[in-house]
Design a binder for this molecule. Sequence first.
Ligand code: TXA
Ligand code: MG
Length: 315
Amino acid sequence: MAVLSVSPETLSEAGRHLRSGGLVGLPTETVYGLAGDATNPSAIAAIFELKSRPADNPLIIHVADLAGAKRIARFDVRAEYLAKRLWPGALTLVLPKSADCPVVSAARAGLDTVAVRVPDHPVALQLIQAAGTPLAAPSANRSGELSPTTAEHVAASFGKRLAMILDGGPCRVGVESTVLDLSGPDAVILRPGGISADTISASIGELIERGAGAVARSPGLRHVHYAPRLPLRLDTDDPHPMEALIAFGREVPEGFGTVINLSPRGDLREAASNLYAALHEIDQGPWRGIAVMPIPNQGIGIAINDRLRRAAARG
Ligand code: TXA
Ligand code: MG
């Protein structure tokens, strides 16, 4: 059975598996990751292979604390301040790699920067400790498909090809980390995510959101992401007969077949944590499409709308 419940035994078994170059499905507070030893070229090759991920899309490196991050990346004052305030948490920092950075080049897609974060999940932190090495972990889905927020989603993506998935329950945040590029003089948000732009700018001042250079600086943004199988229509409260409706808030139109409400009380954090599970569920059902009600574009709602827009562009 690939899905394992967490115990001291399964954690040390997973740590040994990682040290010998194997891959592990890893719960984090954002989404599940497909973890491998960031210093082992064959583990990194296996991650790209299993996900069918384009080689030019670099991976996020997960460490247990700021000291671990400083072994792989160079921190300036801004980076150190944010790390101290917001880690562990859903913030990934893109920084110049350190002089003796042990992360293999392929995990960085050959760039001289490295993306690093400390996840806010006890199982992720314990597994990093058990493995004794930084873990490269992209979201544990095949490239271009929906991100996983349960161990079952991970098992459904990879089947027998992934021998070990640690079950940490459903992910609390539910959308991926915010990717913030601090490798140059401007602070640029390359991907909105679990920690809002307001929270970051309250700490370090001016921010550029998806600046003109963002696509060039974040290779991952060129690729299709977060795509369900079914076509998806945004900002509607008027679903077609064969569509399922993803709702938000109290005022939901009546008389339609299938409605999944991301948050009946209109809470954006709750909506984020339910987003991918709702998309996975509808995507496996008998419907012909997905209609989505408007979601307020503030706080974590910006990340929700970013993922939904990308899903709609594909559909
Ligand atoms: O919440 C998350 O970040 C999850 C969990 C598992 O930690 N991971 C995740 O990884 O979402 P992934 O691989 O699906 O997305 C990583 C993003 C991509 O958009 C990639 O292009 C960007 O981070 N990235 C990684 N390294 C980078 C670098 N050196 N420069 C710019 N962007 C980078
Ligand atoms: Mg991903």
